[in-house]
Design a protein around this ligand. Structure first.
Ligand code: KIV
Ligand code: ZN
Length: 504
């Protein structure tokens, strides 16, 4: 039995605070999701803004494999705008939703049940008049009166819905309850067999994956999920966990997906780089330690036979053994190695990546796979200078054992050079103060995260910075450098540049 994978990283994932992606990043991720062979890409919420509309339209127009869904509330304007954005897709889908729970209807929508039912009906009808593939979601389904939920689902099917999605919007359900809800919907809703039942579970209690899989056991044929489980609050069900659970325990679930699992690791890295949301080391499937064996007993077992402590082969998710790239590797070898991990770079990007590899190889004997992925992602995520508003020209830092530090930075803002001096408790603080002074305090620094991609004093430093603009919007960027001060300065300048372009 085939289960459809509906990826909503670009919609439910991207809409959570701090996960904003640039237009270029959205396009690159959509291409990667097609390569991952997800069945449906929810590309965004077209009515939300001009930028969202443009991104969804461009993804739809260039899609070749996946169905492209656009989200719409149950209003004419939303449905029309969604259709306008996705109509150029090879396989378009309108996804419309209306709350079915009393708590949402009373406090959020200020509608009666019968008004909500009519809105759902009208939206599905309008969507089906434009598009053959229409998904309807009764929002907050798991906290709704079941009888009213069934009548809303029936109305949507009558008006032409082809997919009925059951959201656990606030992540309140448990696997037993969620499975029973799908079972009862299949029992109580007439004509339910003519549509695909889908799950959409949030992770507030850490049960999103378990609930989705309980839905599959009861006959759901589509699972909505995101890469690395990113999404509102505690996130959505994680795509990699769903796909690998279905694959590894196929005898339990009797289901398979069309996902090319060898692209999972690259996709996870890309989402983490683009959003700045780092993956916890012990995260199932894609965490750094997911396939690492530290204890002597485990190492002994794995050396004797991998099956002792490994239930999945890391190669299945595209995490192969260490690659050997070093100082003497040429542009072709770097291009081939990057292509084997799934990165296709333009000539200019390849030039930048080669320069970064050479510079790192001067300080470090061997470049590992993680270094290469980080370099490729950094090159892919970097905007060309002419598209930026803010750019770092030069930096000079003084620090010492007496405490305190000072920095002189020179920046290019809207093609004009500006310079400032800053003092701080340490070099990173001094750089941040100098940069803020040079551009006139337009943002506040909300988060600073430093991680070393690889061990050792010559590791690549990876810095993730989130800044907040005056309207409260958050922008996150990540930068990579062998020098921690340079990585910090670049991540700061990149996130301020993102905020300047975001706010026009
Ligand atoms: O969580 C939710 O209910 C949603 C709907 C729009 C499907 O994201
Ligand atoms: Zn959601």
């Amino acid at each position: 039995m085939r289960v459809w994978i509906f990826d909503t990283t670009l919609r439910d994932g991207e809409q959570c605070p701090g996960a904003t992606m640039t237009h270029h990043e959205k396009m690159a991720l959509a291409m990667q999701l097609e390569k991952l062979r997800v069945d449906v890409i929810e590309a965004g919420f077209p009515v939300a803004s001009e930028d969202d509309f443009k991104a969804v339209k461009e993804i739809a127009d260039s899609s070749t494999y996946s169905t492209i869904a656009g989200l719409a509330r149950a209003t004419d304007r939303d449905v029309d705008r969604a259709w306008e954005a996705i109509r150029g897709a090879k396989k378009p889908r309108i996804h419309t939703f209306m709350s079915s729970s009393d708590v949402h209807l009373k406090y959020q929508f200020k509608k009666t049940r019968s008004e909500a039912l009519e809105m759902a009906r009208a939206a599905v009808k309008r969507a089906s008049d434009c598009c053959d593939d229409v998904e309807f979601s009764p929002m907050d389904a798991t906290r709704s009166d079941p009888a009213f939920l069934y009548s809303m689902i029936s109305a949507a099917i009558e008006e032409g819905a082809t997919v009925i999605n059951i959201p656990d919007t606030v992540g309140y359900s448990t696997p037993g309850e969620f499975g029973a809800l799908i079972r009862n919907i299949r029992k109580r809703v007439e004509a339910i067999d003519s549509v695909v039942i889908s799950t959409h579970c949030h992770n507030d209690l850490g049960l999103a994956v378990a609930n989705s899989l309980a839905g599959v056991l009861e006959g759901a044929r589509q699972v909505e999920c995101t890469i690395n489980g990113i999404g509102e609050r505690a996130g959505n069900a994680s795509l990699e966990e769903i796909v690998m659970a279905l694959k590894t325990r196929s005898t339990v679930y009797g289901a398979h997906t069309g996902v090319n699992t060898r692209e999972i690791f690259n996709t996870s890295k890309m989402v983490s780089e683009f959003t700045g949301f780092t993956v916890q080391p012990n995260k199932a499937i894609v965490g750094r330690n997911a396939f690492a064996h530290e204890s002597g007993i485990h190492q002994h077992g794995v050396l004797a036979n991998k099956k002792t402590y490994e239930i999945m082969d890391p190669e299945m998710i595209g995490k192969s053994s260490e690659l050997v790239i070093g100082k003497h590797s040429g542009r072709h070898a770097i291009a081939d190695t990057l292509a084997s991990i799934g990165f296709k770079l333009s000539e200019t990007q390849l030039g930048d990546a080669t320069a970064m590899v050479k510079s790192l190889a001067d300080k470090k004997k061997q470049i590992g796979r993680d270094d290469l992925i980080a370099i490729a992602n950094s090159v892919l995520g970097r905007l060309p200078d002419e598209k930026r508003r803010l750019r770092l020209v030069s930096i000079k830092v003084r620090t010492g054992s007496a405490g305190g530090a000072s920095a002189d930075v020179r920046l290019s803002l809207d093609s004009k050079e500006t310079a400032a001096h800053g003092e701080g408790v340490g070099p990173v603080d001094a750089v941040a103060n100098a940069v803020k002074k040079a551009i006139g305090q337009r943002v506040t620094l909300k988060e600073y995260n430093l991680k070393a991609i690889t061990g050792g004093t010559n590791a690549l430093a990876n810095v993730v910075i989130t800044v907040q603009d005056r309207k409260g919007r958050l922008y996150t960027c990540e930068a990579l450098n062998e020098d921690v001060i340079m990585a910090s300065a670049n991540a700061l300048v990149d996130s301020i540049d993102k905020s300047l372009r975001g706010s026009g």
